[in-house]
Design a protein around this ligand. Structure first.
Ligand code: ZN
Ligand code: ZN
Length: 371
């Protein structure tokens, strides 16, 4: 991290550093003089700041860095659509985001030739297969395996499927991909705040982990069906729901006005403790054929349908559930949402046909930049 980034990060950590006051304008507080604000504007040519640093250097000042962070995490205006772009299609430097890059020959790998680029600003060389740098497998093979696994196929089924197509890949390799990429994308996606409504539902469903019965507590936004958070427990009745509610609050960045659960007593106490008195807790008693509860039951059903696959779950802090959440929110089209995914409904747009690929590209660069 260089000095400029360090300063930007310091400012990020102090509260009230920046706000969006119009759809294209942001106010960032000066670090040296707390009374002073700089206006950062969104234009056709990117972000522009009024500070001297930006005017003289024509590069990103610390205010622009802070604004970018705000946009990156989708913590701004209600009607702002957050776009996860196909990073490889943007033609930007991997390291400094400069647009001044040039082709610099190719490198051979087991998959064929890989185009190498060189940045004219920072002089570094890079290829654009972000997130898939060291693999001999095709991007579509890897992301296809993720999609098939979370749709309910076992690693054995997937391996057999690929064998038929002339691709030799073992169950172990497939399982490694699933763990690696599920961890990678969930870290990235958890920082993006979905545009949710004010009603949250929570429910629990039992699944088997390593042969033992466990309860998965999950919460969902009522409007968008976005799966917000989950927490695993050994028992249903003695479990404390605080952690689930904390994670839920973190995911939406606010307290819900309505919190709807079944009759489980744990929710009542936790709601008061974590959300506070302003949140109304409604206990929804299960009645068969009740339309309202179908919202949560669909998610529960999705999880239960994959229980066979989840037998691969080795431990409680498995990345599989995170991957399942990414699959459910970002790739699964929802009938009740007119064929949209919950993430689209929550104003997060993923570019490109292969959403896993787009998300992995961004997640991999995000990881590289946050070190
Ligand atoms: Zn500035
Ligand atoms: Zn560069």
């Amino acid at each position: 991290m260089n000095l400029r980034e360090q300063r930007a990060k310091q400012m990020m950590e102090s509260t009230g550093y920046a706000t969006q006051f119009e759809s294209t304008k942001f106010k960032v507080r000066s670090q040296t003089n707390p009374e002073k604000f700089y206006i950062v504007s969104r234009t056709g040519n990117g972000l522009i700041c009024e500070c001297m640093d930006h005017i003289t250097r024509k590069a990103d000042c610390k205010h622009i860095k802070i604004t970018l962070e705000l946009i990156m995490k989708n913590k701004c205006y209600r009607n702002n659509i957050f776009r996860i772009m196909e990073r490889s299609a943007l033609n930007l430097c991997k390291y400094c985001d400069s647009g001044r890059i040039t082709k610099k020959g190719t490198r051979k790998n087991k998959n064929g030739n890989v185009q190498i680029f060189k940045c004219l600003d920072c002089k570094k060389k890079f290829s654009t297969n972000y997130g898939f740098e060291k693999t001999r497998f095709d991007v579509n093979t890897i992301t296809g395996a993720l999609q098939m696994y979370y749709s309910g196929m076992s690693t054995r089924d997937i391996s057999n499927h690929y064998e038929m197509m002339g691709i030799e890949v073992s169950c172990v390799t497939i399982y490694e991909w699933i763990c690696k990429y599920s961890t990678m994308v969930s870290k990235y996606l958890n920082e993006i705040v979905p545009r949710t409504g004010n009603w949250v539902r929570a429910d629990e469903v039992w699944i088997k982990v390593n042969g033992e019965q466990k309860y998965l507590f999950a919460s969902m936004d009522d409007d968008t069906r976005y799966w917000l958070a989950s927490d695993m427990a050994d028992t249903k009745f003695q479990h404390n729901a605080d952690n689930l509610l904390k994670l839920t609050k973190e995911a939406i960045g606010k307290n819900p006005t309505q919190f709807i659960t079944d009759g489980l007593p744990a929710y009542k106490k936790s709601s008061k403790r974590i959300f506070g008195k302003k949140t109304q807790h409604t206990r929804h008693i299960h009645i068969q054929g009740d339309m309202n509860n179908n919202k949560m039951e669909r998610l529960n059903g999705e999880i239960r349908d994959r229980e066979k696959v989840f037998r691969g779950l080795k431990k409680i802090d498995t990345p599989i559930l995170d991957g399942m959440k990414a699959y459910y929110n970002f790739t699964k089209k929802h009938g009740a949402l007119k064929g949209k995914t919950p993430s689209e409904e929550a104003l997060i747009k993923v570019d490109g046909k292969n959403r896993w690929k787009t998300i992995i590209q961004n997640a991999s660069l995000h990881k590289a930049n946050s070190n």
